[in-house]
Design a protein around this ligand. Sequence first.
Ligand SMILES: *Cc1c(COP(=O)(O)O)cnc(C)c1O
Length: 435
Amino acid sequence: MLMKILGQNIRFGKSLSERDEKVIWHPLTQHKTAAPLKAIKKAKGVWLEDEDGKQYIDAISSWYTSMYGHCNSKIRKAVSKQMEKLDQVVFSGFTHEPAVELAEKLLEILPQNQAKLFFNDNGSTATEIGIKMALQYHHNQGHKRHVMLALEEGFHGDTFGAMSVSGLSVYNGAFEKHFIEVIRLPKPVGYNNDEVINLLQQWIETYEIAGFIYEPLVQGAAGMKTYSKAGLEDILKLCKLNDIICIADEVMTGFGKTGKTFASQYMQTSPDVICLSKALSAGMVPMGITSCSQKIYDAFYDDELSKGLFHGHTYTGNPLACAAALASIKLLQSEEIQQQIKNIMSWHQSFAIQLKQHPKIAEVRQIGMILAFDLSVKMERYGSLRNELYDYFMQKGIFLRPLGNTIYILTPFVIKKEEMQQVYDSILSCVEEVI
Ligand SMILES: *Cc1c(COP(=O)(O)O)cnc(C)c1O
């Protein structure tokens, strides 16, 4: 009884952060130099609450997953209803309604050339499978193509294939010897478009290129870096002409974030393969999906067993994840969310004008719901800047994860105007007080 009244902290004499330090190894963390990690106790809508009761606006939607707000009641209800019916079943040998329904629904909203869906667990596996599809597509037809083409600074995940094609692999030294062969094309940014396409033409004659993987129009982990639509269009056309499988990694850009349902819908040339995760299941349950065109599927469809795609994860097609994804897509298509996307885009447009006039701010870029800019600071400050910025925003009750000198906002669709204003105000005051 006494313990119940006094609560967890008293019972164990320690905070969650302290208990965590004893037993947990966190992702992307050097524990020797990292500050103790804050414990989040609950979340609702755009708000996160830590164990001391302090609240934060989740201005990056927990890595662009919780786009409909945390603990969204509609998604929660759909998952909970599914839980009473079918929780999990082997997806190799069985199928089930939530998966079939989700596949049908996704094919309605994906670019029209997409024909088949391959279920998996997360963004890295979604791209890993995309890479395997490209390599085996050629292998099955007896082509000797083994090289992957990627864009400089791209990020596609942390499994081996995904890590190989990622250009941001500064911490991957221990694994580099085991990478698949990759050539990295500079991003077309307008003035260099012709150079990039000429280089690609040369490479096509030199290398046995199987596939091209890219984040369409904006590279997330690189710092929300946008690049030339016309340049990408030319690359895709040239790849298609040479039977290089085009793999759009829409793990970050998918589901409304760029102002269209998928960033690939800004392009005339549709990719052969599309990788999905993150907002797919709205932060409720993990899930990844790799979709492909009929052409890809047909290259695996054979009397010979070994021509199939022998890749599978135990939780593939998990019914609860499917239910979460279905409920999310329904929300995305609702008038309310569509209106919110328009609202946020217009708020960002006005704020971007203000940012562009600021002497300490450079490279303001916006695509749909994504707003990013760089701080003009001396190189010497780069090392400590990220943590200074992070701490400043957290103290103001705003959860942002600056990348080097880049600050980006990608809030849940459901954010209210006054909450967005709090995010904007914290950015303006940060630039004054920290820079
Ligand atoms: C996050 C991300 C991934 C990796 O997804 P995980 O679920 O973290 O493995 C891959 N590609 C892009 C573009 C991403 O943003």
